[in-house]
Every structure is written in C-alpha cells, then in structure tokens.
Design a protein around this ligand. Structure first.
Ligand code: ZN
Length: 298
C-alpha cells in the first residue's frame, strides 16, 4: 500500500492546508479519512489517499453501482431509473450547449458506455475511455464503437473532438494535470468540455457533513466548490461558460447519506432533503448537489 500526501494545492500551489472534515469510507473499506482544505483557495481534497496502484481494492464491491448492473435494494433500483432519465437529459444538454446535432464525442470514464451508445444512436461519432477492464469488455461485446484504456487517452494526439464529457469522473482522477492537458490538446478550438462533479458547497453537503455520500472517500480524491472549480478550469486554459444542476443526484445522494447516518425513515428523509436541494438549485445551479460545468477553450 502506498498513499499520496499532497504538498502543493493542485489549484493554487499553496502549501498550507487545514482540516476540513473527518469522515469514513462508508460503502466499502469502513476506513477513516480526513478532508483537507487549502488555505489559499478553499480547494478540498482527500488527505493521504491511496495511489493508483493501491486504490483498486476500494472499488471492489458489488455495491459500487457506477460500474455494475446490480439491481439489489431500493436505493439501487432508484439509481437505475434515475440513470435512464438522466442519460436522456445529458444528451439533450450536450446537444443544446454545443449547438450541434451531430459531431464527435469522447466520453472519459464511460463505465458500461451507455452514454456514448445513446449519443451514437442520435447520430454522433463516439469513443469511450474506461480504466476498468471488465467494463471495457462488456462495452466491446455490446456496442460497435471503441472504448480504450486510460493510457490510450494520455497518448492521444491530434484529435479534434467536438465534445469531451466526464460525468462524475474527474473527482476520481489521480493524474489531474495530464488529463486536463490531454483533453485541451484533443478538443476542437470551438469544442465543448463537460464535467459533472459533486458540489461540497451544496445545501445537502452542508446538512449531512461527514455523512454526505458524495464525499465517497477515498474514491473521490478532489472536492471542488463551484468558485474553486472555475479557478481550476482557468489554470488549465478553460473558461466555464455555463453551469447546470443535476437535480436527480440530490435525491440519490441524500438517500444514501441517510443510510450512512443509519437514520430511521431514511427513504422519507432522503426524499425530503433531496427535494430541498433540488428546489434551491432550480434557479441557483451552483447550489445543486452535483454541478455540470460547460467549458470552452480560452
Ligand atoms: Zn489552493
């Protein structure tokens, strides 16, 4: 096991940090972790996180639904329904924001590749990147587009994608700088870079504190509040041109957070908090439980 302790803030290079929150990996290892906050810019990160070679066991669970098709339990069932609805919404958003009906799209961290599949069916040229070999294989068996491993992404050169998407992926990425650089180099000059990440500045994060399910340590290494994410984007040559809420996430995250709190009536309370966050995010996307950032190259 080898862990990484950051010396410099990936956003502003500051070297002074303070403890933000003590919390636990509720879903898999049950180990304790600490979130640190940069004194310079407010960026939050998981302290002492497992490096790329040591993090795999923290993903090994049937309960880790992003990469599996398990339908056990009420929360999982809801997740699958929400996923189908969200896929359609994502496709519509990408087409509206890119002002394109057809084009080329790269989905990084594509999982079982449902999103590129949907975009392909709408007329897009699609490719995926996925680090999990089983997920890649499943995609290869089902779909007729390329899904490559992560090293292929970092070696990519001279491509001109109209859209690059990372749906709930950037918070998992160890090699932040290399990813951002590669994406910038392979995105068309008028291309759109779309990133969805949890929002630790949301009302549900503030309510649930250490139980907030979207901290998901140590799988989530980075936790950006909207104002910090905009600085991070600028550092890498991107401008955030729009933000949108991912409203359904609030319900899912709140229900899971209630489960971690071991609350009675976790479903009802989860729906209540989900609704509170959703309601606030209607005209304030940056209060959403998860925020979608639409970026163009500077
Ligand atoms: Zn900083």
């Amino acid at each position: 096991m080898s862990n990484i302790k950051l010396q410099n803030c990936p956003v502003c290079n500051e070297t002074h940090f303070q403890t933000y929150l003590q919390l636990k990996d509720f879903s898999i290892s049950k180990e304790d972790f600490t979130l640190m906050e940069c004194k310079g810019c407010g960026f939050i990160f998981t302290d002492n996180f497992p490096d790329e070679n040591s993090i795999t066991p923290y993903y090994k669970s049937e309960d880790y639904i992003s990469h599996s098709d398990t339908q056990k339990g009420l929360v999982n069932r809801i997740y699958h329904i929400v996923r189908a609805v969200m896929l359609q919404k994502k496709a519509q958003m990408v087409e509206t924001m890119s002002a394109k009906r057809k084009g080329s799209l790269l989905d990084i961290g594509t999982g079982l590749a449902y999103f590129p599949q949907l975009m392909q069916s709408r007329g897009w040229q699609v490719e995926g990147i996925e680090q999990d070999a089983d997920a890649r294989q499943a995609a290869a068996q089902r779909f007729d587009f390329v899904v490559n491993d992560t090293p292929a992404l970092l070696e990519m050169k001279g491509r001109n994608f109209d859209v690059v998407t990372m749906w709930h992926v950037l918070e998992h990425v160890h090699q932040l700088d290399s990813y951002m650089q590669t994406i910038k180099e392979n995105l068309a000059d008028d291309g759109l870079f779309v990133v969805a990440i949890p929002n630790p500045g949301s009302p549900d994060a503030e309510h649930y504190k250490q139980f907030w399910a979207a901290y998901d340590v140590p799988r989530h290494l980075w936790h950006w509040k909207p104002e910090v994410f905009k600085k991070f984007a600028l550092k890498h040559g991107f401008e955030v041109v729009a933000t949108k809420p991912m409203p359904m996430d609030a319900f899912y995250v709140s229900m899971l957070s209630e489960k971690y709190k071991r609350s009675s009536l976790s479903f009802v309370k989860g729906v209540f908090w989900g609704k509170m966050t959703w309601w606030k995010s209607l005209n304030q996307p940056e209060k959403s439980s998860s925020v979608i950032y639409f970026m163009t190259k500077l």
